[in-house]
Design a protein around this ligand. Structure first.
Ligand code: BG6
Length: 463
């Protein structure tokens, strides 16, 4: 069967500034929370490899953009690093950063690659974190100023902007489950962080609209559909609903509908975890919804009613109300420990079509991180990653079905085009269409990269 996608479909990939640019001596970038956390706790990073060791895009962007061409990209997403552009968080702009981002943007345009620029990918400047990070409303204001500066500097050429990548992840990592700095465990503070992030996004959108920029602005959310262990068990269903409210709807609803679901508000109130807010900000959220959505999809969330002991009795934690359900027989990516459930991408299509006014969206990340890929190198010297090709095809089949049923999907971006530094996992799992030799920085296109080019040229594939 042939799976052909709509005309002008985006085929490409995503990366982020902090994972691809790193820090280069003399580049004028200030520290972000990753640079700092690595300094104080290098043992938290796989093999002790920190954020300075990225895939050297800062130096090799021209070469990498040629690799984008060679792997069939017609579109590409990266992010601007706030700590690079405005090292003090507010105020003076780093000229070297402006030159760098201008060069990248111009080079992409020269190569006919549509650019999506994201403004924040988990990378709070340290100086802003020292002021309280997203818990402090002044940081929200500073972010809005930073966003405005980006639009002023690059908005003449960049026509697709996103305010945040996966804003729920810094809440989970930094304020619930201890896998991002500042390693706080406190759901009430997490709720404040989430709310201020949603507000920051709306404020950036407000600036964008007020400036009369002629492009589109959206947000990238990692949607993890919540599936109850049993649809017949009311307690499981309720637990899955709470997880959905906390981890999907907490950003989906304000971003698309401009307001929070009443049951999320009630849930937070019952737990004395309602964030502090001002009425005028509620109006800003209401009036500044997104033009489009980026959807990162890696895995579903399987949920059952709470069976395990509550660990943090005196602290509000969403998981006081549900347990993760380790479904027997689930298909899994063993390197990442994530379930692979291809149909989830179709379920997202249906949810967005039926519950979110069929908002335009693109798959902004999907992918498979694999350890020790070197063992798949063939005689010609490149990695034969057939598992990655299968993974992509299996997801695209379901995406295609979603589109056939009317979902407003405009493209598919893989995470990611070249093996890159992945937060605390560093280089453990490789996700790229292109392999990166960490010693020599040599880049070699994998079998999936060659296949991806055909996929893009044919605007689909046969299966
Ligand atoms: C997404 C992020 O959550 O998943 C990326 O946007 C990240 O930044 C990717 O690298 C893969 O996850 P991980 O944790 O394996 O790097």
């Amino acid at each position: 069967m042939k799976y052909i996608f709509p005309e002008k479909f985006w085929w490409g990939s995503a990366t982020s500034g902090p994972q691809s640019e790193g820090t280069v001596k003399g580049d004028g970038k200030s520290k972000n929370i990753w640079d700092y956390w690595f300094e104080i706790a290098p043992e938290r990073f796989f093999d002790g490899v920190g954020p300075q060791n990225t895939s050297t895009f800062y130096q090799n962007y021209k070469k990498d953009i040629q690799l984008l061409k060679q792997t069939g990209h017609n579109s590409f997403r990266t992010s601007i690093q706030w700590s690079r552009l405005i090292p003090e968080g507010i105020g003076e702009v780093n000229d070297k950063a402006v030159v760098f981002y201008n060069n990248v943007i111009d080079e992409l345009i020269k190569n006919n690659i549509e650019i999506v620029i994201n403004l924040y990918h988990f990378d709070m400047p340290l100086c802003m974190q020292q002021k309280g990070g997203w818990e402090n409303k002044k940081v929200v204001e500073a972010y809005a100023e930073y966003a405005k500066k980006c639009f002023e500097l690059f908005g003449d050429r960049v026509k697709y902007w996103t305010t945040f990548n996966e804003p729920i992840v810094p809440v989970e990592g930094g304020y619930l489950y201890d896998f991002h700095y500042p390693n706080v465990i406190d759901g009430k503070r997490g709720a404040q962080v989430a709310y201020h992030t949603a507000l920051a996004s709306a404020k950036a959108i407000q600036c964008y609209k007020e400036m009369g920029q002629n492009g589109q602005i959206g947000i990238i959310l990692n949607l993890t559909p919540s599936y109850p262990r049993s649809e017949q068990n009311a307690e499981d269903v309720k637990a899955a609903h709470i997880a959905d409210l906390c981890f999907n709807k907490s950003f989906l609803e304000p971003a698309i509908k401009g307001e929070y679901p009443q049951d999320l508000i009630e849930f937070l109130k019952q737990n004395n975890a309602l964030p502090q807010y001002e009425q005028e900000d509620i109006e800003i959220i209401k009036n500044n919804t997104v033009d489009f959505l980026g959807v990162n999809y890696y895995r579903p969330r399987r949920i059952k009613a709470k069976e395990s002991d509550v660990i943090y009795k005196d602290i509000f934690m969403p998981d006081n109300y549900f347990d993760e359900y380790d479904m027997p027989g689930r298909k899994e990516n063993p390197y990442r420990g994530w379930e692979i459930y291809e149909k989830g991408i179709y379920d997202i299509c249906t949810i967005l079509r039926t519950e979110y006014n069929n908002i335009p969206f693109f798959i902004s990340e999907n992918g498979m991180g694999v350890e020790n890929e070197q063992k798949y190198i063939n005689e010609e010297g490149y990695i034969e990653d057939d598992y990655r090709i299968e993974f992509i095809k299996d997801h695209l089949k379901w995406l295609h079905k979603g589109i056939e049923e009317g979902a407003n999907c405009k493209g598919y971006h893989l995470w990611t085009f070249i093996d890159c530094w992945s937060w605390t996992n560093a280089y453990k799992n490789r996700y790229g269409l292109v392999a990166l030799d960490l010693e020599t920085q040599k880049r070699t296109i994998k079998k999936s990269g060659k296949w991806f080019k055909e996929l893009s040229e044919n605007n689909g594939f046969e299966y």
